[in-house]
Design a protein around this ligand. Sequence first.
Ligand code: ADP
Ligand code: G6P
Length: 771
Amino acid sequence: MIVVANRLPFVLKQNENGTLSRQSSAGGLVTAMAPIVCDSDGIWVGWAAIPIEPGQEIPEGNPDSSIPGERLKRSQIRPVNIDVDVFDEYYNGCCNTAFWPMFHSMPDRAVFKRENWKSYSLVNRQFAEETARAVSSCDTTKPLLVWIHDYHLTLVPGHLRQMADEGGLRRFKIAFFLHIPFPSWDIFRLFPWDDEILIGMLGCDLIGFHVEGYAENFLECCQKRLGLVVDRERKLVQHDGRTVVVQAFPIGVPFKQFEEMAKCADAETVDPSLKLVLGVDRLDYTKGIIHRVRGFEKLLDTYPEHRESVVLLQVAVPSRTDVQEYQELKDELDREIGRINGRFSTTRWSPIRYIYRFMKQEELCAFYRDASVALVTPIRDGMNLVAKEFVACQMKEPGVLILSPFTGAGETMHEALLVNPLEETGLADTIHRALTMPLDERELRMSALRRRERTYDVHKWVQSFLCATGTVENDDRDSHLESLTIEHFEKWLACYVDDSSKLVLLLDYDGTLAPIAQHPDEAHLPKDTRSVLEHLTEMPDVYVAVISGRSISNVKAMVGISGITYAGNHGLDIEHPDGTTFIHPDQAKFKTLIGGLKMELERDVCKEGAWVENKGVILTYHYRNVQMDKRLALTDQATAIILQHGFRPCKGHCAIEARPPIHWDKGRACIHVLRTTFGVDWSERVRIIYVGDDATDEDAMQALCGMAVTFRVTNSSNVVTAASHRLNNTRCVYMLLQWVEQYFEKRNLRCRKFSRPTISPIADLIDAGSL
Ligand code: ADP
Ligand code: G6P
């Protein structure tokens, strides 16, 4: 394999005696590719950071170094010597000031200059020529792949293809991987040389991107800008008599290596009395670092309990320091950190620690290991390896990953807490949530994250990329279906509910299983829903729990099916089919206060048809029967009374619930049910579907996010939800239950067909002739 990338995995430094030495460089590309080239004895074509004079030699690699770029042998390196001025226009002018902002969808920051583009074209030609020399030096008896990387070198595939077509070069395959996002057509078309970029890339046999969305953007641009025949379903482009394959390959990290480094790294990195919130980035405006420190400031403002007990450590590696935007960012960050530290520091504590330098991976790993929270909040990022490195190193008591959805990582690391990095209040709330997250939820999220990253590590990425350069399998994608049918559930759930795991159905009652009625007593379970639920409860591989805001006795009576786990009062009371119960211990003291609250509500606001329902530890003030123009005054007054009595007013369907201020909700209840029923590692053993229609169900949807498929029953598109999918009404829930019923009937048939007929153990022994 020949790897072609702008950077060698190190920069060269001129020593005073005229010799050269290697200095490590950081960035996602180097981190991912350097170990691969080392291990596969490949060749790396790249820029060495300084001109190499005739007679000067690149220093030999150090085979014992832990840094792959330092291990690389001299014979594996092909430096591209570029004139300093041309390099400046190519790298700073074109790559960093046009490609980088454009491909990160920040066109306002882009500057286009024709002379820079000319230098870009020239340097790409030089890279292609150096690569062609490397191709000629390779053993012709072995297959060869030239793997070109990143936006610096989009024209290299075209040049190489031309050289190969003109003869003189042996047969080899050309592949390209883009380590940053590929923008949408709307943005890409602003690039004055958009057509040349696409044609250059299409010199490849295979083009890889981090996520599907970037691959789709590329295909759309080929179709719209070049008018090429594109098969969007199978991700193929016809160009120049060839078929170019386009595919997503989400990159991973060398998981085991990071895990090992974290194990061996220095014992303690932070004062153990402080919780560490960690940011690690190249100092780049796409990383959202300014918003991040302001979000942290907001946390200290809004949640003062974290002062003197939490510290934000921001590690930033200097990057592209010749570019003005980066210099300005550095100045702004220095100012912001100074300002925030000035504002909050006490004699024994400063809120932000800031390290501005390259760090050895071992040092970084110790921070990753010890951090309680990792803040990975780029405004835009192709993948983001820091998120994955953090997860790999989290082997002590687990922390929490906070992740921007605008990163490639955000598309697969579902168990992270996703947050919009541009909104400081949301950032502060999410950091608070992470810092106060109970251990069991942290364990669950982190173990699922670690499992995925361990499986899909960087070796898997290389393997699947190399595999695709030989034979490429294409996915058949489902077409979009207009109105909800049972096929929708097939599409959403069939690949999730597998052939061996149990399925847990966690279902809300009112508005989910039963339509909302004028009075709670009239919200009956429809006959057909009851019958399918009864059938599901009898299936050995399906476990049903109904989680309701009603009291437990009431919801049990309304559903009336045995073999179900019931949770009442939003999970404060839980009763399993075997009779075991859970009663939240903090509710006792509120039971004694509820009488006074009920009396006052009944006296002052139970007018005009409003009434109070007593659910033991929760009261519900119902105002469905009150005329519209009288509602506001009554509900305001009811809310005030509830607050005066030390209860929490929560809005429901034409109702206000007075709940005790206990840190417990449907999310916590679901996790409790799953843990007590299936053990600590439940997420590995069961598949989960949650369905609910109410704001209280959102707590469960958030807690289970990434670990369950969740449905919100709502017919309003204005409703904001954490659910995976929306259902219009309770009939759609019935349809969902029908799909589950049919799926498990078929699954049982399949299993029966392939297994021996069931016989008793004694019969088994007789059969074997042992008795
Ligand atoms: P990008 O590719 O934009 O730089 P990634 O998060 O994908 O972003 O990759 C950054 C890489 O740089 C990671 O492997 C990370 O460990 C490394 N890195 C980040 N900060 C530092 C630092 N201060 N010192 C050394 N390496 C760093
Ligand atoms: C990202 C890019 C890499 C680049 C790295 C560091 O990871 O995808 O191609 O090498 O940033 O940037 P630099 O400009 O210092 O090479």
